[in-house]
Write a protein that binds this ligand. Structure first.
Ligand SMILES: [Zn+2]
Length: 321
């Protein structure tokens, strides 16, 4: 059996990636690892010019979604004011504020919810001047750890921190916050509006899109368990925090994609372990990559992100995350 106790045991995974890329490309590893895989991230992650700035899209009479580049917030129009999720950046929050002012002039932001602590979701909220700011209690611990990061000063701090599932009634709308435990961080909430049949999730599945760089900070067993839980809810619209939004069928497809990646990676791990030959590495990689390419090759970002997704998923299967 392979000894994975030493950190250097991970080195073969790096070799796996390079060798697999070489085999796939028939070219030198540097070109594929750097010039192709890394440069292609620019095409995958859209900037304001690539993705038309921002838009506010209506989902139900009460619920909208605000998209800025590839980031997406939920906006709820209640009798007491707006409820919004993640501001993302000062630039996005400023545009969101203008969009809210146009939709319902003079209506305040009653509550802003943070979905989780990650710094790509939580900057710039002060411009929205929310009356209440709610986040998972675990967020403050991470922000304290990241005190050297200048962006921390751009976080509007919570007025209320919570743990566990919580039901909010704001201006005639029920908003259920579902504590997803250890999944994508251990500070992650999903937002379920049973009266509107809307589910909003952050960094937990995308609509026919592959997560960048393998899906960072994910505990896969928790992700699958909580996606199973959310799949049992009664909702029509699913609004993920990045890229497009869709219906419940899209959520179920995202769950099936996540399950498939995990299953193939476990099978690859059981079949190859950490291989001891170059050919073995390529076989282990291709055991996961080939069926994914055949079934999901049309997903946005598949070719750009497959390397990261497969490498990360195989290491997750080996180490148990
Ligand atoms: Zn995140």
């Amino acid at each position: 059996m392979t000894n994975l106790r030493h950190p250097l045991a991970l080195l073969p995974l790096v070799a796996l990636v390079v060798i697999a890329l070489t085999a796939l490309g028939g070219c030198n590893p540097r070109e594929y690892a750097i010039d192709k895989a890394v440069a292609s991230q620019v095409d995958f992650v859209p900037d304001p010019d690539h993705l038309g700035g921002w838009e506010l899209q209506k989902i139900t009479d009460r619920v909208y979604t605000f998209r800025w580049t590839w980031d997406r917030s939920l906006v709820v129009l209640t009798d007491e004011g707006f409820v919004v999720t993640d501001p993302y950046t000062p630039e996005a929050a400023t545009l969101l504020k203008a969009a809210l002012g146009k939709l319902a002039p003079g209506k305040p932001v009653h509550t802003m919810f943070y979905s989780h602590y990650h710094l790509d979701h939580v900057l710039g909220g002060a411009v929205l001047a929310p009356q209440h700011v709610v986040a998972h209690a675990g967020c403050e611990r991470y922000w304290a750890d990241l005190g050297d990061d200048k962006r921390i000063a751009q976080i509007l701090r919570p007025t209320e921190t919570i743990t566990g599932d919580r039901v909010f009634h704001i201006g005639g709308v029920e908003i259920d916050l579902l504590d997803l435990g250890k999944t994508h961080t251990d500070t992650l909430y999903a937002f379920y509006l049973p009266g509107e049949k809307v589910l909003h999730t952050a960094d937990l599945g995308l609509v026919r899109t592959v997560f960048p760089i393998g899906g960072p900070d994910m505990y896969t067993p928790g992700v699958l368990r909580q996606m199973d839980r959310l799949a049992k809810l009664d909702f029509d619209a699913w609004v993920p925090s990045h890229f497009g939004y869709g219906h419940k069928a899209d959520f179920l497809e995202a769950l099936e994609f996540a399950r498939t990646v995990r299953r193939l990676s476990i099978e690859s791990m059981e079949k190859y372990g950490v291989p001891s030959t170059g050919a073995g590495y390529v076989d282990a990689y291709r055991y996961v990559y080939d069926p994914l390419k055949a079934r999901y090759g049309g997903y946005h970002g598949f070719d750009e992100e497959a390397l990261f997704v497969v490498a990360r998923s195989i290491s997750g299967a080996l180490l148990g995350y």
